[in-house]
Design a protein around this ligand. Sequence first.
Ligand SMILES: *Cc1c(COP(=O)(O)O)cnc(C)c1O
Length: 399
Amino acid sequence: MDEKQRIDDLAVFGGPPLFRTPRSTSNLVRPDINVFLGYTKALFDPKHARSRTSIVEDLERELARFHETKYCVALSNGFWTLALAMKYLAMPGKTEIVMPSLTYRRMADVAAWARLTPHYCEVDPETLAMSAETAEPCINQNTALLLAVHPIVNCCDIEGLVALSKRKQVPILVDAVESAYETAGGKKVGSFGNAECFSLHASKLINGFEGGYLTTNDKDLVTFLLEARNPESALGRASVQCGIDARMNEVHAAMALASLQDLHHQVERNKHRYMHYKRLLEYVPGIELLAFNEKERCSYKNIVVRLTSEWKLSREVTLSILQAENAIARPYYSPPLHLKPAEYMTIFADMPITERLACEFVLLPCGYFVSDDDTESIVALLLFMHSNADELNSRRVTQ
Ligand SMILES: *Cc1c(COP(=O)(O)O)cnc(C)c1O
């Protein structure tokens, strides 16, 4: 890896990239391969084929224990977990789902599959997430459901939102994909609200290659999901509602179990990486690291920075320069959902806070493949960009 001496050494101007292979913001965690293979061996055991239990059920039991909830149901991915939970929890005859616009890029599509109309609410500038204060003005007689979504660093005001849901008598679903390891007010994420949804995609904290799951204490919701995820099952065939095929497969469950076993170690590695970034970024003017709240349990996975007024490059130019170096930094939830064209109806008022925040944040590379050396190179590059901001602004950086 070469240090950049001159502006023309930057890959956007034709220099060799800092990294030969991409460093991404995806976690891509690799648990011990032998632990993974150990779980999959059961699939070759003739007894397993005849038995009534499965690796998926083992995973569901482990995850329910991990989140301290009564039930867990595993499905093919986070998207369908959310869609089915929305469908079940939405109040009959009502059509709106209150949710943030500054969030996961396909969240409105999920709502559309559940036949709900997104009613976007503002976010709190401190947590970058919706709160009871921002959600309440969006609740009306047509509100079917609240969707609380945790941001990617720390948690949203989940206790306030659950209290709002009780006061307004509107059910609340939690998207806790980015907070699987966290506590909120000292309580494990997993049993807030009516149900919580998670993803096991390779980019997330717990890697199952693909997959999703829901935790809840509501037995009827569990029955609904077991029917809905597999229309061919005895339960599914007996039911009249509109099922989809959203089963999790056994190999993915084995991978998720291996990742779960490694989780506490992973968080130690994440914390090490986060602390390393934190120490180094102090020397870069204009870049402010979003801090994890050490009073709670946290995963330390995502490295999110705010570009302040001292940072003289636009966010888009900053991203172009980093990405050309194979440091695949990403904008934080940008564009927000209310500014994206959609083929279905959406409802929103002015969103000045969301629109401002959607331009300020950058996710820096993190996860299993980002070493201490990589972190140092990325921060050195940022420092170089800061020192040469005027010259960079006078040259055209192609996007
Ligand atoms: C990734 C993600 C999802 C969707 O999960 P998939 O398993 O990829 O379908 C939902 N919500 C949030 C916040 C996510 O980051």
